[in-house]
Design a protein around this ligand. Structure first.
Ligand SMILES: NC(=O)c1ccc[n+]([C@@H]2O[C@H](COP(=O)([O-])OP(=O)(O)OC[C@H]3O[C@@H](n4cnc5c(N)ncnc54)[C@H](OP(=O)(O)O)[C@@H]3O)[C@@H](O)[C@H]2O)c1
Length: 232
C-alpha cells in the first residue's frame, strides 16, 4: 500500500514508518525539515512542506491508500498564548489541509488521524469509553476540534479512523505525570500501537490507554528498561 504520513519524523511516526516499510508498504512523509535524515529507507520518501499552511505538498496526497496524520507541536512546554496557538494550529490546521488535499483524490483513501485522551478532560478515576462526553479544558477543545476536522473526510464518503493515544512510552522517551495528577499517567507502549496501526488492526474509534492510571511506583519492571531506569 501507499501511505502518506504527517509527523512521520516524530517519536511515533519514525517508528511506525519503519514498521510499515518492513511490511512492504511505501511511505511518503510530509515534513517541514528541508533535509530530513531519519527514518531512512529506500521505500520512505520525503515531501517538504508545512501542513499548517496550504501549499504544493497538497498535490502529493491523492493516490495514497492510507493517510496517517501524526503532526502536532509538543504539548510538554510552558503554555504561553503563543504556544497554545501553536499546539492548536499544528493539529487543527494541519488536519484541515490534509482533508482538503485528500478531497482532490479519487475517494479510496482511509484517513487515520491521531487524537488524545485529553479529549475527556481530567475525570479522576471515572471509567471512560469512546462514547464518553468531552471535557471543557484547553486540551479537550484541541482534541475535539482535531477530531472534527478529521471527520470531515467522512463527508467525502471516506473511512476515518481516530486513535486517541495515551502517553506513549518507548526507547528515548517517557513522560510521567503528563496526564492527570503528578506521578501517575495512563501510558501505552509504542511498539504495540505501531504494530496495530501498521497491520490496520484498529477500530474506527479507539482510546489507546489503560482504564486506570499507573502510579510511577507501580510501573511494572519489564517497562523499566524502556527508559533505562530501574523500576521503582
Ligand atoms: N507521544 C505521546 O505520548 C502522544 C500522546 C497522545 C497523542 N499524541 C499525538 O500523536 C502525534 C505523534 O506524537 P509524537 O510523540 O510522535 O510527536 P512528536 O515526536 O512531537 O512529532 C510530531 C511531529 O509533528 C510535526 N510538528 C511538530 N511541531 C509542528 C508544528 N508546529 N507544525 C506542524 N507540524 C509540527 C513534526 O514534524 P516535522 O518536524 O517533520 O515537520 C514532528 O515530527 C502527535 O500529534 C501527538 O499530539 C502523542
Amino acid at each position: 500500500m501507499k501511505i502518506f504520513m504527517t509527523g512521520g519524523t516524530g517519536f511515533v511516526g519514525s517508528f511506525l514508518s519503519r514498521e510499515l516499510v518492513h511490511r512492504g508498504h511505501e511511505v511518503t512523509i510530509l515534513t517541514r525539515r528541508t533535509t530530513p535524515t531519519a527514518p531512512a529507507h529506500p521505500r520512505i520518501a520525503y515531501v517538504t512542506g508545512d501542513p499548517t499552511a496550504a501549499g504544493d505538498w497538497m498535490t502529493k496526497v491523492p493516490g495514497h491508500d492510507w493517510v496517517i496524520n501524526l503532526a502536532g507541536a509538543s504539548i510538554f512546554s510552558y503554555w504561553t498564548e503563543k504556544k497554545k496557538k501553536e499546539i492548536y494550529d499544528s493539529r487543527i490546521l494541519s488536519t484541515r489541509h490534509l482533508v482538503r488535499a485528500i478531497a482532490q483524490g479519487e475517494g479510496r483513501t482511509v484517513l487515520c488521524s491521531t487524537s488524545a485522551p485529553g479529549y475527556y478532560g481530567d475525570r479522576g478515576e471515572e471509567l471512560l469509553t469512546e462514547g464518553s462526553s468531552p471535557g471543557d479544558d484547553f486540551l479537550s477543545q484541541v482534541a475535539r476540534d482535531w477530531e472534527t476536522e478529521a471527520l470531515k473526510a467522512q463527508d467525502l464518503g471516506l473511512r476515518v479512523v481516530i486513535t486517541r493515544f495515551g502517553i506513549v512510552l518507548g526507547q528515548g522517551r517517557w513522560a510521567p505525570g503528563s496526564s492527570g495528577s503528578p506521578g501517575s499517567t495512563r501510558w501505552i507502549r509504542r511498539g504495540p500501537i505501531c504494530f496495530c496501526l501498521s497491520t490496520r488492526k484498529f477500530p474506527d474509534r479507539s482510546t489507546s490507554a489503560p482504564p486506570t492510571r499507573c502510579v510511577i511506583g507501580n510501573w511494572p519492571r519489564p517497562w523499566a528498561g524502556l527508559w533505562a531506569a530501574p523500576a521503582l
